[in-house]
Structure formats: C-alpha cells, structure tokens
Design a protein around this ligand. Structure first.
Ligand SMILES: NC(=O)c1ccc[n+]([C@@H]2O[C@H](COP(=O)([O-])OP(=O)(O)OC[C@H]3O[C@@H](n4cnc5c(N)ncnc54)[C@H](OP(=O)(O)O)[C@@H]3O)[C@@H](O)[C@H]2O)c1
Length: 249
C-alpha cells in the first residue's frame, strides 16, 4: 500500500534523530524536525531549505498535536512519524531534578506525541487510503530496572508498553499503521554517555549505522527493531536472568 514519503522526526537536533533526518534527506524526502535547540534545527534547514521543515518545540509543553498538524499542512501530509526525543541521566543519588525531568520528557512528553501521532494517522489514513508508520525509540534499558538510572530505565519500559498498546489498537481498528518499537543497545551519542557513564559501554553502534538499521526496519514494516541486531541476544538474557543474579550485576 502506498505510503506518503514525508517524515516527521521529534527530537532531531542531535544523535539518532538527526542521523535519520540526514538519511531521509538523502533519499529525497521531505523531513519535518523538532527539538528545543533552534540553531541546530536551522542548521538542518540550511542543508535543504525546500525539504526541511523546522518546529522549535519542547515535547514537555504537550503541544504535539498542533506541531503534527502544522507539519502535515506544510509538507502535504506525513507518512512516517518517529519519536526520538528523550533524556537520560546517571542519578545514583536520586536527585529530584533529573528523575522528574526524565519522566516529564520520556513519559509525559512521549505520551502526548505518540497519542497525537496515532490520532493524526487514524484520521489521515482513513481519508487517503494510504499506509503509515509510527515509531518510538525505547531502549534495551526497558527490560529491567536500574540502580544508577532508575527513572530512565522505567521510562523506557513505559515507552515499549505504550507502543505495544498502539500497535494492538491499530490492528483492532484495521488501521493501515505499522507501529514499531525501536530498541537500541548503545549508540554513539551524547545521551549514551550520560546514561551508560564512561565505563561499561560495549557494542556501541555508530549513529549512522543505527539510523540505517532503523530506516530499514521501518521500510520492512517491523514491529520490533533491535539496533544493532545483536542486542536481541542481550534482551533475551535480561529477560531470563533471575533477580538474585541481576541484583548483583
Ligand atoms: N544513544 C543510545 O545509546 C540510546 C540507546 C537507547 C535508546 N536511546 C534513545 O534514543 C533517543 C535519541 O537519543 P540520542 O541517543 O540520539 O541522544 P541525543 O543526541 O541526546 O538526542 C536527544 C534528542 O531528544 C531531543 N529532546 C530532549 N529533550 C527534549 C524536549 N524536552 N523536547 C523536545 N526534544 C527533546 C533533543 O533535542 P533538544 O535538546 O534540541 O530539545 C535531541 O534532539 C532517546 O529517546 C534515547 O532514550 C538512545
């Protein structure tokens, strides 16, 4: 089924979202990008003023529906929405600031964007007869709790579960929408350093490789995409390790 080729990426000023934007631009698509850092959005715009559409937007302001509507109007519809916005901190002392910021961004802001994206597709696809793709970036962190970064790991469990709910909803409503849960291990971005610390990171994927694998998974209509693919093994291990071992790692 035909998919409108236009893409909207929430959180494209750096890291995975930015790499996805560059990849889709190379494919000749129109790309709408959001984030708080205006200068970085303008930098993307300067690469292809005709095909990049920028929206300075803080996902925690809960105005996602209007950003999506505006982007759809500006580009002539949207076929793919990818939610990359996210923060993560090492916070062993459980300081309130980082814990709450993580929940506001990765849970509250994510929910606002994901729900608005689903509703956009529910309306647009029923009129156009086209198919759509909605993806959110969860994490390998989603499978178990963390002593060093509890809110980040918990927020990603929420993201995975929420996306599964939307996937089920799309199937039940016979909506031609593929909902993909993207599960990266470590990708070489600023955020990975913040969550993983300087030690303990392994199998770190270059951000371009991660973006290419995500785009490929979305093209193939995958429901779950491990990035890179070998992280499926770690996910399996995390699921089966008993608590008495996991708690000591
Ligand atoms: N890197 C990894 O190893 C890894 C692993 C698993 C999952 N992930 C997930 O991948 C996603 C992208 O992260 P990344 O690694 O690419 O890190 P990044 O380079 O720090 O990118 C994070 C993006 O989120 C945006 N963002 C943060 N807070 C926002 C807010 N309040 N409103 C709107 N946008 C906001 C940032 O834009 P502004 O700052 O301009 O707002 C930025 O574009 C995140 O959800 C992260 O949890 C990353």
């Amino acid at each position: 089924m035909k998919n409108n080729g236009n893409v909207l990426i929430a959180g494209a000023t750096s890291g995975i979202g930015r790499a996805l934007c560059l990849l889709y631009l190379k494919e000749g698509r129109k790309v709408a990008v959001t984030g708080r850092r205006k200068a970085l959005l303008e930098e993307l715009k300067s690469l292809s003023p005709e095909r990049v559409f920028t929206y300075v937007s803080d996902i925690t302001s809960l105005k996602s529906a209007s950003v999506i509507e505006q982007a759809a109007q500006d580009m002539g519809g949207i076929g793919t929405i990818i939610i990359c916005s996210g923060v993560g901190h090492i916070n062993a002392k459980l300081s309130a600031g980082p814990e709450i910021e993580t929940v506001k961004t990765n849970v509250l802001g994510f929910t606002d964007f994901a729900a608005a994206a689903y509703n956009y597709f529910a309306n647009a696809l029923s009129h156009s007869g086209e198919s759509g793709t909605l993806a959110g970036i969860s994490s390998i962190a989603s499978f178990r709790g963390s002593d060093l970064s509890p809110s980040y790991y918990a927020s990603k469990a929420y993201v995975s579960n929420y996306l599964e709910g939307l996937r089920k909803k799309a199937v039940k409503n016979k909506l031609k929408l593929n909902v993909c849960t993207v599960i990266p291990g470590f990708v070489d971005t600023a955020l990975a350093q913040g969550v993983g610390g300087n030690d303990g990171l392994f199998w770190i994927a270059p951000v371009d490789k991660a973006a290419a694998q995500i785009a490929s998974a979305l093209r193939r209509g995958k429901n779950i995409a491990y990035i890179t693919r070998r992280w499926r093994l770690i996910a399996w291990l995390l699921k089966i390790i008993p608590d008495f071992i996991y708690n000591k790692i």
